[in-house]
Design a protein around this ligand. Structure first.
Ligand code: TPP
Ligand code: MG
Length: 282
């Protein structure tokens, strides 16, 4: 067994249940490396919703709440507010995060809660058998869009930025080292950090949307869609059709963070801190 797995794998959660060729295993491995490098196994709290990707942190033997579909972020907000010294990290699928959980997602970004949300985007509801998600490409064939998806997908990173997230990055499962770096940057960033990871799902989106259930082909399709932001800047709109930009997309420092604000207001008890909303309008 790999030394990191030897050290951090939650053995009582075995056997793992990811399909052959699923990208989620790569993310488990990046997470173990992150926990090791930052030495945070005892101070991290994972929160996840329901879905295949919600199982990622279950295989790391740290504190975890495996909560409800779409509700990981409010549960994580509660953990952070009651225990602000915790490193709080949420793992969710695309359906979990921007489908049923979309409203929680935008408000956590607006509040700038100090947590890291990882959204594994496989472009589909994987666990429940391949229904269309808000990330399914236009005209993509799924179990609930057999004639092709009539809707257009969200760009979750743009959504996070617009809602107020202060760290936003996107990588793919073909970038395990960059995922690890992004995890570390996001954890060390004060505020709401969002990382989207494009991942292959040979069983559902590979087979239904992208035309191949072969793990290697599914992986290569994800990899080939990705264009680093520096290169994308020199590409035309036509060249970028069907491509997705990857990299560290957005960082803002210094925006007030929710826990700091709440505790400062509580400690001041109404003294010394202006609560005049007119002063806050810039
Ligand atoms: C309130 C609620 N609605 C629906 C479900 C059924 N359900 C479980 S997982 C899931 C979708 C999972 O898709 P996603 O979040 O993209 O994760 P993936 O399995 O693709 O990693 C759904 C609809 C549920 N468990 N609870
Ligand atoms: Mg999904």
């Amino acid at each position: 067994m790999h030394p990191l797995a030897e050290k951090y794998l939650r053995r009582r959660a075995l056997p793992q249940f990811f399909c052959q060729g699923c990208g989620d295993g790569t993310i488990v491995s990046a997470l173990m490396r992150t926990v090791e490098d930052l030495g945070i196994i005892d101070s991290i709290a994972f929160v996840s919703g329901i879905g295949c990707s919600a199982w990622i942190p279950v295989f790391v033997d740290a504190d975890i709440i495996h909560s409800m579909h779409g509700r990981a972020i409010p549960v994580a907000t509660g953990v952070k507010l009651t225990d602000p010294n915790r490193t709080v990290m949420v793992f969710s699928g695309d359906g979990d995060c921007v489908g049923i959980g979309g409203n929680h997602f935008i408000h956590a970004a607006r509040r700038n809660v100090d947590m890291t949300v990882v959204m594994v985007n496989n472009a589909i509801y994987g666990m429940t058998g391949g229904q269309a998600a808000p990330t399914t490409p236009h005209r993509g064939v799924t179990k609930t869009s057999p004639l092709g998806n009539a809707e257009s997908p969200f760009d979750a990173c743009e959504l996070a930025k617009a809602a107020g997230a202060t760290y936003v990055a996107r990588w793919t499962t073909a970038h395990p080292r960059q995922i690890t770096t992004a995890f570390k940057e996001a954890i060390n960033h004060k505020g709401f950090s969002f990382i989207e990871i494009l991942s292959q799902c040979p069983t559902q989106s590979g087979r239904l949307i992208f035309g191949s259930g072969d793990p290697v082909e599914s992986f290569n399709m994800v990899k080939n869609r990705a264009v680093p932001i520096a290169r994308a800047k020199n590409m035309s709109a036509e060249e970028l059709v069907g491509k997705v930009t990857i990299g560290r997309l957005h960082v803002v420092e210094g925006k007030p963070e929710l826990c700091d604000e709440v505790y400062a207001l509580m400690m001041a008890g109404g003294e010394g801190i202006s609560t005049d909303a007119k002063l806050m309008v810039s």
